[in-house]
Write a protein that binds this ligand. Sequence first.
Ligand SMILES: Cc1cc2nc3c(=O)[nH]c(=O)nc-3n(C[C@H](O)[C@H](O)[C@H](O)COP(=O)(O)O)c2cc1C
Length: 158
Amino acid sequence: MDPKAKKAALRGITYGLYLVGTKDESGVNAFAGNFLTQTSFEPPLVTLAVKAGTRSQQQIASSGVFSVNVLESGQKDMVTAFFRALEVDGNKLAGYEFTTEETGCPIFTDALSFFECKVVDRLEIGDHYIYVGEVIHAGVHRTGDPLTMKETGFYYGG
Ligand SMILES: Cc1cc2nc3c(=O)[nH]c(=O)nc-3n(C[C@H](O)[C@H](O)[C@H](O)COP(=O)(O)O)c2cc1C
């Protein structure tokens, strides 16, 4: 295989960029992720790939839940704050306020909308592990255009 062609072709996949909330007995966490897609209407399922060995991956593996926060176009600064490991400060992560609802994973007040998932299947292969989440709860804070990877100029894929 031509590695340049592989990279260029895989970078043709278009993505959004989301804040994925996680938790375990030691607390909550969140990371910026784009490897996410809906994969079923009924039941409503999404598939998320999480870098193996990260705190987030270990939390999803142990808790069996995660949240997805849909950011608005223009919230590049907010998403950029979630590329590194974080500590919780009161009800804030990286300075951004969150609440919790059904799963206990962070729901960011500044996001457009969110959904919460229960892990119903997993495939722990490759350098990112794949979690299939059933959407068990969702909410809308306000309407707007979702943040896309293209607008940020970031790449995570190839
Ligand atoms: C543009 C971009 C997209 C990313 N997408 C993902 C992703 O889909 N899945 C993932 O596990 N990590 C992704 N990452 C990396 C995580 O944001 C990063 O590893 C984060 O620090 C993990 O948090 P943790 O160490 O607290 O678990 C992405 C990073 C960037 C810069």
